[in-house]
Design a protein around this ligand. Sequence first.
Ligand code: ASP
Length: 313
Amino acid sequence: MKNYALAIHGGAGTILKNTMTPEKELLYKNGLQHAIEAGETVLKSGGSAFDAVEKAIIELENNSLFNAGKGAVFTNNGTHELDASIMNGSNLMAGAVAGVHNIKNPIALARGVMEQSEHVLLTGNGAMDFAKKINTPLENDDYFFVQLRYDQLQQALQNNTMVLDHTVDKTKNNEKKFGTVGCVALDMNGNLAAGTSTGGMTNKKFGRVGDSAIIGAGTYANNKTCAISCTGHGELFMRSVVAYDISCLMEYKNLTLKEACQVVVMDKLVKIGGEGGLIALDSNGNIELPFNSDGMYRASKKQNQQIFIGIYK
Ligand code: ASP
C-alpha cells in the first residue's frame, strides 16, 4: 500500500500580492481547499486516483473564480469554448474534448470520451452530439455568464489582443487572472492520474484549442514516471510538449521529478517565452509545483500531512 497524495492548480500568471485584496485571497484559498478536500475524500476511502482527479476538477469547474466550466472566459464571438483532458497512468487510457459549449463539467465529458467511445479527443459539434448521446449535464448560456469575464473580453476586444486569463496589466491595479484548473493524484494502489480543464484564452478566435485538451502537452500520466497538469500560454506548452517531456526525462534520462520539472519549466519553456507552470506528482508521492510566472494558484496534500496552499512566488 502506498501513501496517497494529490495536488491541484487554478492557473498561473501575473498574480501579484499588491493587486489582491484579503477578501479575494480568502475566496481563492477556500476554493482550492474545497477542491483538494473533494479529491482527498476519494483517495482516503481507497478510491482511485482517476476518480479523485475528476472530483477535484469538478469542484473547480463549478467555482466561477476559476477559468474552467462555470467561470470560463469568453471567446472573440462572446461565447464559451471549453477544453479538457484526463489520463489514467495505470493503463495510459485518456479522453479529451475541445471547443465544446454549455457543458457543465467538461472533465466528466472527457472521461466519457475515454470510457464510452473508441476515441481519445472529440471536438466541436461532434463532441456535442456525443455529450447528448451519453446524457452529459448541460447548462444554458446564463450559467456561464460572469460579469468579470465579460469585462475582460471587452478590454481584449478594444486592445485587439488574445489574453491569458491570469495576465494582468502591471501598470494598472486591475485583477484579471485565474486560469485553467488541474489535478494530479496518486492513490493507495500506486496508480497515478492527471486532468486539466479550461476556458482557454479570452478573445480566442477561429476554434483555437490550447494545450489543456492535448494529451502529452497539457496533461499526462504514466505509473512508470509521473502525473502532470499544466497551465500557461498553451501555444508554447504545445510546442514544448511539456507534460510528456517531463515524463520522458524521467523515463529515458533517469532524472528525478524535481530535476525534470526544473529543466522543462525553468529552462526550456523560459527560452521560448512560455509563461506558466504545472503540478507534478511521481509514483513515490513526490510533489513539485514549479512555475516561471509571478504566481500560480496551487495546493497539495500528502497522506498524514498538512494541506499546503500557495498563490505567489
Ligand atoms: N493553457 C491554457 C490554454 O492555453 C490557458 C491557461 O492555462 O490559463 O488554453
